[in-house]
Design a protein around this ligand. Structure first.
Ligand code: ZN
Length: 475
């Protein structure tokens, strides 16, 4: 309506202007190609204004006529795209809902409606995966690598497939390519760390941790702890190939990052001892004992003293255990050394102290029972009493071991990854878990032992005993 009024107004102004011009006085005469035109100036100007107005109008009409087929085509294409995007959306919903046929149908529809392979390729790949057709999914993902826009998505799809197939070197290759494209993406950094560590590329793993900490993908303490474990692995690898300076440097850094990582402190002490730096090694071990006593630390501590008889060794261990005088491990270490030095009273005192405030009557641990057996036999030659203690040790609570905090598997030696569930840095020095009798169907079925009855929760998980690799360490 406003446009019509506006047009009428413009027309009226034009006519009024023409009329006003025509009324102006003055003559004009034109001689052109043998014609002669005589008229007033006003009429000539009015004619010019009218001709200009008509030209503008006819240009507009011509432009409208010329454009309409194209805009018709455009609107048809827009509707195609709209339907294509709808199919794409519905296909993605179908993938999320796990509807195999619907996903495949919408993928085909979107593919035919949208001429944008980058968009539909991912849906097609996901639909194929849902259908269990991993080969087709792989084809789609690989095709996505060709286009710079979809390359990252394709790599992610291929990485997931490689991980599912358990092909870690291949997965690492994909994640390295993804890291080049997007070095700051959180999952890329964490996958890069995880896969490089698994594949033994410790340097890359450490670099990924440093980057992850820098952009706060991992909290600084967590990244520091993980780095300490990686550095310890690097130290172990260097020691294996005889590169002592590298082993010492890595172990030192690991110990600095995680002073409570027992194997890290032990590694550093070992390297220092190998290099003749006995006093420094002793300092490291004393600090580690204060953080968490462990028999390996005590064994190394004795190596920081070049000579000495059994009595002197007992005295030496007294210096170490003074850092945690009440800890059961301190008493056990001193009890063993006292037994060796044939100081029976001293040995008995420490064994009793190691058994805790409840004493020897109430469920003393495995190693307390075995030390009592040794003491009875050596001090009094009482083999009958020694046998009683050995029998008690069989049912006694087990001594601390490297226990996986993720799956509960027990390992004799520390390693960066649990041997059973492959979790990283999951081993903790603690008493092994006890399994209550017949907790679930799985327990009785899988282990097929029926040993749960009457164990009173003192048995170690049968799995550990069945697998020699996971067997408990004997002190
Ligand atoms: Zn585990």
């Amino acid at each position: 309506m406003i446009r019509v009024l506006w047009f009428a107004f413009k027309l009226a102004v034009l006519v009024a202007l023409a009329y006003w011009l025509a009324e102006r006085p003055g003559e004009v005469s034109i001689d052109w190609l043998g014609y002669r035109i005589e008229t007033s100036v006003g009429i000539l100007l009015a004619a010019i204004v009218l001709v200009a107005g008509l030209s503008a109008l006819s240009y507009r009409i011509w432009r409208f006529l010329r454009r309409s087929p194209r805009s018709l085509g455009q609107s048809r294409q827009a509707s195609r795209r709209k339907r294509g995007y709808k199919a794409l959306t519905q296909g993605m919903v179908a993938v999320a809902a796990g509807e195999v046929d619907e996903a495949a149908r919408q993928a085909r529809r979107a593919d035919s409606l949208l001429e944008e392979p980058p968009l539909t390729m991912l849906l097609s790949a996901q639909a194929a995966q849902l259908n269990g057709d991993e080969a087709a999914a792989k084809r789609y993902f690989s095709a996505m690598l060709e286009d710079p826009e979809t390359r990252f998505l394709g790599l992610r799809g291929l990485l997931t497939q490689a991980l599912r197939d358990g092909d870690e070197p291949q997965a690492l290759d994909y994640v390295r390519q993804a890291h080049v494209l997007r070095p700051r993406t959180p999952w890329v950094l964490t996958s890069l760390f995880d896969l490089s560590e698994r594949c033994g590329d410790l340097e890359t793993a450490e670099r990924a941790l440093i980057e992850a900490a820098k952009i706060k993908v991992l909290p600084a303490p967590e990244a520091g702890r993980k780095r300490a474990v990686i550095l310890l692995e690097r130290a172990e690898a260097a020691a294996r190939r005889g590169d002592r300076p590298a082993a010492l440097a890595h172990a030192r850094e690991a110990n600095k990052l995680a002073p409570d990582l027992i194997p890290g402190a032990a590694m550093l002490a070992e390297q220092l001892i190998a290099g003749g730096q006995l006093r420094k090694a002793a300092k490291v071990l004393e600090k580690a004992w204060a953080a968490g006593p462990h028999p390996d630390l005590a064994a190394l501590y004795l190596k920081t003293q070049t000579s000495g008889d059994d009595i002197e060794r007992l005295k030496r261990l007294g210096l170490l255990t003074a850092k945690r005088p009440d800890h059961p491990e301190s008493h056990l270490v001193l009890a063993r050394a006292a037994l060796k030095a044939r100081l029976w009273g001293e040995a008995r005192r420490h064994i009793k102290a190691a058994a805790g405030p409840e004493g020897l009557e109430h469920a003393p641990s495995d190693s307390v029972c075995r030390l009592m057996a040794e003491l009875e036999e050596q001090e009094n030659g009482d083999t009958a009493q020694a046998r009683v203690w050995l029998t008690r040790s069989a049912g006694a609570p087990k001594d601390p071991a490297w226990v996986c905090t993720s799956c509960g598997a027990v390992s004799a030696r520390w390693s960066a990854r649990c041997g059973a569930c492959k979790s990283f840095d999951s081993l903790a020095w603690q008493p092994p878990p006890r399994v209550a009798p017949a907790l679930s169907h799985d327990d009785s079925d899988d282990r097929g032992s029926g040993r749960g009855d009457g164990g009173g929760g003192t048995e170690i998980d049968a799995r550990f005993e069945a697998d020699p690799a996971l067997a408990l360490p004997k002190a």
